[in-house]
Ligand binder design. Structure first.
Ligand code: MRU
Length: 347
């Protein structure tokens, strides 16, 4: 499976990325040369999706370290800690952000050549993410047969990682194994990651994609012979409860009601074994404007209250399996995830 676009890369001493806020209309590169550039790119969703946020943050630390050096400072571990704290404040839910920053903190605390070692670690995280995505796809595609149709929500594809995705990696790996799989992609209000991003990359990769509004999923599950629902995750608690883009929880309940299996695809780095259950996962709330002015015009009366949580938590009881790079975890997740988490996240 080879992609003809890149989500993010390191070039010319800067983090470069495809600016996802402009898709699908424009393909523009955003160049981040300061830690503030990287923080804002994560916050505004120019780069988004849990694994991609982790990789971007790792390079963000390098960018911050270079910035400090250019200003004449001698790079210290304390400075790297400060850069990491700063980047950690960009978004709260995807645990990959904190996981990647912890790896960078550790390198800085052990290194005698901080800048070079930070860059090497960021490149390793980047490379490992690509391998992990491929392996998630290989495990997940065994669940699919030729001619089947799936539903996905948000974007857990190549655009959400630095490789070929998590949920969509399963589709790409199935396609590479000669299976023709069709995908219904929820539009994913309010920021339309399903229609703007998943449909864009599926089409680009030759997979048949059909966009539906989020409120059409029940009808599709009832009428369209759906083999499975498959989504990504931003953080999975020790008991298997999984935070993902707002709307995932409702989709899981609908799948359950229609007897359609619901799978989550996520790397080990998305597991947060320190949290006993999903109620402890911090859920980001975003600018109300994304709801009342998200479509290029005002769509709600001025002054109305708006609630805009970016994620929800799907209880483990609705999840048939969690597809990781080390295999597919099955319930009871307290046991299966503990086993997987004890394996190295690196391939
Ligand atoms: O707000 P976003 O676009 O960063 O949300 C992304 C998701 O919810 C993805 O499904 C999740 O991060 C998994 S990406 C492989």
């Amino acid at each position: 499976m080879s992609l003809d676009f890149r989500t993010l890369w390191w070039e010319d001493d800067a983090l470069q990325m495809l600016d996802q806020t402009l898709l699908p209309q424009e393909e523009q590169t955003l160049v981040c040369r300061t830690k503030e550039d990287v923080w804002e790119a994560i916050k505004r969703l120019s780069v988004r999706g849990a694994p991609a946020i982790g990789v971007a943050a790792a390079y963000g630390v390098v960018v911050g370290a270079l910035q400090a050096k250019t200003s004449g400072a001698v790079l210290t571990r304390e400075m790297v800690e400060e850069i990491c704290d700063y980047l950690a404040s960009s978004r709260p839910t995807a645990v990959n952000l904190f996981w990647a920053l912890d790896r960078m903190r550790k390198i800085a605390s052990e290194s005698h050549d901080i800048l070079n070692d930070l860059l090497a670690e960021a490149k390793t995280i980047h490379q490992q993410d690509q391998d992990i995505c491929r392996r998630i796809g290989e495990h997940g595609q065994t669940l699919l047969s030729n001619g089947q149709t799936v539903i996905t929500h948000c974007n857990a594809g190549a655009l959400a990682t630095s490789g070929q995705g998590t949920a969509l990696s399963v589709i790409y790996a199935a396609a590479a194994a000669g299976k023709e799989i069709a995908v219904y992609t929820d539009e994913t209000r309010p920021l339309l990651q399903g229609s703007r991003l998943s449909a864009w990359e599926l089409q680009r990769c030759g997979v048949h994609a059909t966009v539906i509004c989020d409120n059409m999923a029940a009808t599709v599950l009832r009428d369209k012979d759906i083999a499975m629902v498959i989504t990504g995750a931003d953080r999975v608690a020790a008991n298997g409860d999984a935070a993902n883009k707002i709307g995932t929880y409702g989709l899981a309940i609908l799948a359950h009601e229609h007897g359609v299996p619901f799978y989550v695809a996520a790397p080990i780095s998305t597991l947060d074994m320190s949290l006993e259950h999903g109620g402890l996962i911090p859920i980001e709330e975003r600018d109300p404007k994304e709801i009342y002015e998200g479509m290029g015009r005002v769509t709600a009366p001025e002054g109305v209250d708006v609630f805009n949580p970016a994620f929800d938590v799907t209880p483990a009881k609705y999840i048939k399996g969690i597809i990781t790079e080390h295999g597919i975890a099955a319930p009871p997740y307290v046991e299966s995830l503990a086993r997987l988490a004890s394996m190295s996240p690196a391939p």
